[in-house]
Design a protein around this ligand. Sequence first.
Ligand code: 5RP
Length: 223
Amino acid sequence: MTDQQDLAKTMLAEHALSLLEGHRVIGLGAGSTVMKVIDAIAASKRVLPTVIVASLATLDRCRSSGIEAELMQSVSHIDLYIDGADEVDSSFCCIKGKGGAMTGEKLCAEMAAEFIVLVDQTKLVQSLGSHWPVIAIEVVPWARSSVGRAIVKLGGKPALRAEKSDMGNEIIDCHGLDFAAPYTLSDRLNQITGVVAHGLFVHEKPTQVFSSDGNTVKALTIE
Ligand code: 5RP
């Protein structure tokens, strides 16, 4: 990450503070941008009513920052969910999951009335797959080979990650997939037996995206 990207994430995290007002159940995703949001909340000494997190690392960071937080298993609604992304296109379709937390992130996104994505501007793309062309797929352990074969049939190159997911499943990074029809690709991946969730967020798009170049924060509109 460059200094400018780091600065952009810090600005976005500060901006996120202004979005929290009036929301009772706040969801926090995963990754370095979200960690900065947690730092900003902790520094502001703001007490949030209920905080739901998408990953164990986020849970740890909240707790070590003095923010009470919990995982999502007993929650069915989130008022405002804040997360980062690896890529966002002009219609707000996203690639997420570089950090391997896409299942928790997708659960939160689906439960959220408002889903805010914060990205440094290098992650804004005209077409998906031009900056980070990798779809991370969480897979039940027994299905790792059969899912790998199905990915190859779709034209992708599967690579098994060394680390397991927070839920103890395998994670397969898929390179070489064709992003020309992202909704169809998402549906095909979801149909593979053994797939828990994947990092293509097209049916689960954010309602709002903010980007930063390290100097200002911009609210984006869907083209
Ligand atoms: C983790 C994610 C993250 O939101 C995504 O990788 C962006 O991370 P960062 O804020 O570190 O750039 O999807 O699974």
